[in-house]
Design a protein around this ligand. Structure first.
Ligand SMILES: Cc1ncc(COP(=O)(O)O)c(C=O)c1O
Length: 324
């Protein structure tokens, strides 16, 4: 908890370094198999990684990525900073066709909130062949389920706000790279732009990281059970579950109000945005004006937590009985 340090030591000023960030970065770097740089939030990390693209460069982006990421890409495009090529990266043919002249490929897998999964070794391999920097937002899978640097990604992005910290009590981001020279550029960017994490947040995230594997195991087991039961509920018209992870999306019969009623009538599930906490949460994604219109109005995104799955099912199925 210091903004400045005695002259002559390794760190001169708090915007350039902090021992607690370094411990968090060492842990995340070990988990992902690369060199991690921490940021104030997932979006601060995203902004720094996008600034690796040269002016006027081309970014091939997963069209269904987190809407904040898409909004930032579009803002850069409007300002003439870069060109965006939105593509469904789950279609490797479409991905390859879009790669000509690309500087960066921005993948997110599974995507938020449709939970689409890309063939990361294929997409990252194609990016590399095309001379583009491959980025994977690994927030939903976490290094417990996927280690994209091994699949050929150059950068792994995390909103550490979610699973890595795991308790819905902080905002933090990380970018993990295989090439230390890239890490140096990210560290320099962070120091200049000032998107630095707070020491306390990094400390809390380190504590959360200690239970990442057990939280993921339990939350995933809960998600699997829910994904198996939900299609049998008469108010549920579709379930999106990629087969692993703790995120499940479902579509309910009726309209946006029907979905809102479901979200408003749970008591174990918290009706709130964000995800990846020990407590289960749900929300209707289209309540956000920025969300993609490809996301149905009746889609509810579930983030399964670590509670007893029977409590979760009883609460959710009762809400669906009344609301759908
Ligand atoms: C997949 C994904 N990436 C990035 C972000 C942005 O992270 P943060 O909210 O920590 O800035 C989010 C936030 O919801 C997200 O879901």
């Amino acid at each position: 908890m210091a903004s400045t340090y005695h002259a002559g030591g390794e760190i001169g000023y708090g915007r350039y370094g902090n021992p607690t960030w370094e411990m968090f970065e060492a842990a995340v770097g070990a988990l992902e198999g690369g060199v991690a740089t921490s940021f104030a939030s997932g979006m601060a990390a995203t902004a720094a990684v996008l600034d690796l693209v040269p002016p006027g460069g081309v970014v091939v982006a997963q069209e269904q990525a987190y809407y904040g990421t898409i909004a930032l890409l579009r803002e850069h495009e409007r300002a003439g900073r870069l060109q965006v090529r939105p593509v469904d990266l789950t279609d490797i043919g479409a991905a390859r066709a879009a790669l000509d002249g690309a500087d960066m490929v921005w993948a997110e897998s599974p995507t938020n909130p449709l939970l689409l999964v890309a063939d990361l070794p294929a997409v990252m391999g194609a990016a590399r062949e095309a001379g583009a920097l491959g980025v994977v937002d690994n927030t939903f899978a976490t290094p417990v389920l996927a280690r994209p640097l091994r699949s050929g990604a150059a950068v792994v992005l995390h909103s550490a706000t979610k699973y890595l910290s795991g308790h819905s009590d902080l905002l933090l981001g990380a970018a993990v790279v295989a090439d230390p020279a890239l890490a140096e550029r990210l560290v320099a960017h962070r120091g200049r732009h000032g998107g630095v994490p707070a020491a306390f947040e990094a400390w809390l995230a380190l504590r959360g990281l200690r239970t990442l594997h057990v939280r993921m195991q339990r939350a995933q087991a809960n998600a699997v059970t829910l994904a198996q039961r939900l299609p049998g509920h008469p108010s549920v018209t579709r379930v999106h579950y990629p087969g692993s992870g703790a995120m499940v999306s479902l579509e309910v019969a009726g309209n946006a109000q029907s979905a809102d009623r479901v979200c408003a009538s749970t008591s174990v599930w918290v009706n709130a945005t964000s995800l990846g906490g020990v407590e289960s949460s749900l929300e209707r994604r289209r309540r956000w004006p920025g969300e993609s219109t490809d996301v149905p109005e009746t889609l509810i995104r579930l983030s399964a937590g670590i509670e007893d799955v029977e409590d979760l099912w009883a609460d959710l199925s009762a809400a669906l009985d009344g609301g759908g």
